[in-house]
Design a protein around this ligand. Sequence first.
Ligand SMILES: NC(=O)c1ccc[n+]([C@@H]2O[C@H](COP(=O)([O-])OP(=O)(O)OC[C@H]3O[C@@H](n4cnc5c(N)ncnc54)[C@H](OP(=O)(O)O)[C@@H]3O)[C@@H](O)[C@H]2O)c1
Length: 280
Amino acid sequence: MILVTGATGTVGREVVRRLPAGLRVRLMTRDPAKVVAPGEETQVVAADYEDPRSLECALQGVSAALVITNRVGGDDDLRLFRAAQAVGVRRLVKLSAAAVLDPDAVDLITRWQRTTEELLLASGIEWTLLRPRAFMSNTLSWAGSIRSDRVVRAQYGASANACVDPRDIAEVAVRALTEEGHAGKAYTLTGPEPITPAEQTEQLAQVLGVPLRFEELSLEQARAGLLERYPEPIAEALLGSARRQEAGAKAAVDGTMCSLTGRAALTFRDWARGNRTAFT
Ligand SMILES: NC(=O)c1ccc[n+]([C@@H]2O[C@H](COP(=O)([O-])OP(=O)(O)OC[C@H]3O[C@@H](n4cnc5c(N)ncnc54)[C@H](OP(=O)(O)O)[C@@H]3O)[C@@H](O)[C@H]2O)c1
């Protein structure tokens, strides 16, 4: 049995689509009603990281689980690892972040990811780490202003990020969950090229067939926008992360995705084509 946590989220949803037919699969969510049309053999289980007993139930009979958490600074991973130890799960595949490898990345989010990686490595459970660069899907946060004003507003328009398509992360996750040979491996996952917010705006305009303008946000504008959506420590961590991008820390392309799957990583243009309706 394979368990997918975060099954309703950006990466988890794509993993569920890609798991080979015939496998016994269980999807974890706090709200099973969110899982639309699960396959006939797919189980959906209600569990919450805050409730260790629900985690043990979700992990019962599981041989491999994909671990996706998103509450920065919380103990969600630790509770899941303990439950996995208690019921004897053999393998955990953990969604982490590429930034953990950058010694200059000392923001709250990266420190949390480093700590959770260390907890997993100390758990005694077989592990694989997925360390993606920024998700291409983060640009969905531009959809509102694209629809209303045909404008993209972001910081550091000329700074490059080798962002990755969540579908590529999912493909590697499925391999790590279902194949042998991934134990003790950490995979950095990037797209095929570094791309700047201004270039992404240009490509979105071409894919959508409408003119789009890029407006660079000042630090204060960016901070004000983030504070509308996140608590201050998270907003500051995201500003720190943006500063590292401006300094060039996120532009490197990694060939791991290509060597694991035998095909090139998907481009931002591919991602935009697959998601054009979100912007229209
Ligand atoms: N976005 C990026 O650029 C980026 C880059 C590198 C790494 N990452 C990492 O990727 C991870 C997030 O992945 P994602 O974007 O695919 O996730 P996501 O879309 O944010 O979805 C979060 C998932 O977690 C589940 N969840 C949240 N709280 C839960 C709880 N208390 N109990 C059980 N389930 C809970 C949600 O399920 P329900 O709501 O259905 O319960 C949902 O499926 C984070 O660790 C982040 O640091 C992100």
